[in-house]
Design a binder for this molecule. Sequence first.
Ligand SMILES: [Zn+2]
Ligand SMILES: [Zn+2]
Length: 376
Amino acid sequence: MHEDFLKENDPHSCLKKNKEMFCDSFKDVFNQRDQSQKKAEEFTKQCLKPAVENFVYSKVGPDILHEMRKQSQFIARVYSQYDILLDLLSNHNFSEYVRYIRSYEVYVKKWILDQTVKHLSKDSKMFELVDQHLDSSISSIKAAIHKATKKTSTDLKTFINNFCQELGDTLVISQDALGDFMMLNKANQEQFAHWFTEFVNKMVKALKQEFKKRDIQSILNHLDVKPQNELFTQVIGCGKQCPFCAVACVSGGGNHSVHEAPLHRPQGLNGYRRINTQKLVTNICSSSVVSDRQFICDATKGEMIFYKRYKEIFSDWNIPADGSYEASDYWKYVMATFNEEFAKEHSAKPADIPTTWKDITRLQAQQSLKDSFNMN
Ligand SMILES: [Zn+2]
Ligand SMILES: [Zn+2]
């Protein structure tokens, strides 16, 4: 009997006898846990991570706009225009002036983008904004996991559906990624929820690091809202330029059929020249439109038109007609300084610059800019 007892309860023979059963259970437990972990990792990487990134990109755009609108140069159009011209004066770079005069809107958008990158680089401003939305999305995810865990789910599919439902509109999980994930899914939902929380924590840490490695420009490129376009529309409004001197319209945003600018510039800056001498002209549009002079350009189809009748060609511009108007010292200085360069650029001859223009200093040009924009 003693021997029988021993035989019956011998750990070795017990193990041997139940080997198959143990083995199966062990396989079940092992596989189930393994699959939960694997599935949780898969779901976090394939479904959740792209959704979190998209969420961050959708939220950061409006934040950047809000942040930039608080900066002095973006409070109103005049501040931007003033700063752009001041930057041009300080940089003293001829080709920048050419780009500004030739394609005002393109130039200004690039300037806005540079200002945005510069501001967001300061004190890790950009990453402050990114981290804030990463944290908020993680809170929503954790709350959704918690709520989904409390609901009885018969299988993982129901659990995931509950989770997505709890998440609501906060994060949009791609249905394609979700479909692939749902296939062959036998993971235990409780274990899945446990691993899922672990991977979500890891994901947020990794995402914070990943965002910090990306340069600001590439983050800006991903945004639904392009700050340079949006700020241009909000702050500058209209990008139309005078057909003669290329000065920008100051009518701002909103619909307007007629473009205006109070102060025009020497037309030679935009390539206008005397036909017989090919010399760039120093006249400004306001005096041209009350003169007996004529102009010819692509829009007139090779025909000479009196400036007085410019509206027949450019009906969408209203130029103040006053022969007493003069160009500002700022533009006189620019034209006098880069006369040769402008001539070369426009394949013309340099203008006859009035002697008084040549005496204008950079400081006087700067003062004239302040006066024009009431920045004193
Ligand atoms: Zn003009
Ligand atoms: Zn306009």
